[in-house]
Design a protein around this ligand. Structure first.
Ligand SMILES: [Zn+2]
Ligand SMILES: [Zn+2]
Length: 395
């Protein structure tokens, strides 16, 4: 164990109450993506009080805090996402969100509490601290926008960051469990829209019109074959049509049908293959029915989260040292996505998962209005993150 980690052991236990209190305060005041103004104020205030160099207004509502240690070492970034979701919280807890329709249903309140507490603890020990830690409080993870803008603002360049670390609380694993996987650990995400243009008419006379709904139905079903027939079975990919709309009345064949969907994969090659095939596939199916389909891919999408093998191995070893081998699970890559991937594309690092489920309890999943965490996971996450950062700081 890192000597500084050893020295912090007694302090960590005392700090738990304020760690939980901060998470609850943020939970109570949940804010949506790019609107995290109070959250950013709380973060900036705490970091300034701890003596960090603080920059606000990065990517809108992002905050960066730089902590320079007095000893020589590397520069490591620690990233925490800060946004909440448009959901009405159902849990009847004293720290329930006061903002109707906005809720921390993914655990980002916990991520912030852990990162702020870590910054404060390390700032108290800056004389023994090697290198520098760049704390990245990223807005708008849930809409994939914050990371890209923070990187564009140069947060990895001044000082020049050499490794990036971060964690996500995950209540599908019980508190105490840790997962740190090398390689692709979360999928890429691309969103697309399809417009099918037919020719409207009377429902009783289909032969005088071109029915875009029939075409859309064939596209929806056919798309699944792009995965099952064109991607090797041992590779994973998902295509989901999550939106479909057309028509106004039982007996009118509409002019247009709209669909919205997503593509997920673990490698850029498979992602590119599906993106490329989607357009040709949809438009040719439409052609077969005398209609026209236009596919629009939104932006650049979010790449897969790829963990560096060496950094991840060190995080795993640290976790075993702290919590024993039984706590460190292999887990599986998940098809969910996270724009932490953009930081990890720029620098080697590791995004690891910290179990936050109440043992033995069936938990409502992330993004559910009844989402909850076992708050003991905050302490586990804090210890792991501290240990990982200290380890990475060493030259
Ligand atoms: Zn989420
Ligand atoms: Zn999340």
């Amino acid at each position: 164990m890192h000597p500084l980690m050893q020295a912090l052991q007694p302090v960590l236990a005392q700090r738990n109450q304020s760690l939980v209190a901060l998470r609850r305060d943020l939970h109570r005041h949940a804010e949506l993506s790019f609107k995290e103004t109070r959250t950013a104020d709380v973060i900036a205030q705490r970091l300034r009080a701890a003596g960090l160099d603080v920059r606000t207004g990065i990517a809108g509502t992002g905050v960066v805090g730089v902590l320079h240690g007095d000893r020589p070492g590397r520069v490591v970034a620690y990233r925490a996402d800060i946004d909440a979701l448009p959901l009405d919280e159902v849990a009847d807890v004293p720290f329930r969100s006061v903002h109707g329709g906005v809720m921390h249903a993914c655990g980002h309140d916990g991520h912030v509490a852990i990162a702020v507490t870590m910054a404060e603890l390390l700032a108290e020990r800056r004389r023994e601290l090697p290198g520098a830690v760049v704390f990245l409080f990223q807005p708008a993870e849930e809409v994939f926008g914050g990371a890209e803008q923070m990187i564009a603002a140069g947060v990895l360049d001044d000082p020049r960051v050499e490794a990036v670390l971060g964690l996500h609380l995950i209540n599908q694993f019980p508190v105490g469990a840790v997962v740190a996987r090398p390689g692709a650990t979360m999928a890429s995400a691309d969103f697309f829209d399809i417009e099918v243009l037919g020719k409207g008419g009377h429902g009783a006379f289909p032969h005088t019109s071109i029915d875009p709904i029939t075409v859309a139905a064939h596209i929806v079903v056919g798309l699944q074959d792009l995965v099952s027939r064109e991607i090797a079975p041992q590779d994973a990919a998902v295509m989901t049509i999550g939106q479909i709309s057309a028509g106004t009345k039982h007996n009118i064949i509409p002019e247009v049908a709209h669909m919205g969907g997503s593509i997920r994969a673990f490698t850029p090659a498979i992602r590119d293959q599906l993106v490329e095939r989607l357009s040709a596939f949809a438009s040719r199916i439409a052609q077969a029915y005398r209609a026209e389909a236009t596919v629009r891919i939104q932006g650049d999408g979010t790449p897969p989260v790829v963990n560096d093998v060496d950094v991840t191995e060190r995080v795993r070893r640290g976790a075993i040292e702290l919590f024993g081998p039984a706590a460190v699970l292999d887990g599986m890559p998940i098809m969910g996505s996270d724009d932490m991937s953009l930081f990890l594309r720029e620098r080697p690092g590791c995004y690891f998962w910290v179990g936050a489920g109440v043992p033995g309890k069936a938990m409502n999943p992330h993004h559910h209005p009844g989402f909850e965490i076992d708050e003991r996971s905050l302490d586990v996450g804090l210890r792991l993150a501290l240990n990982a950062v200290l380890d990475a700081l060493h030259p």
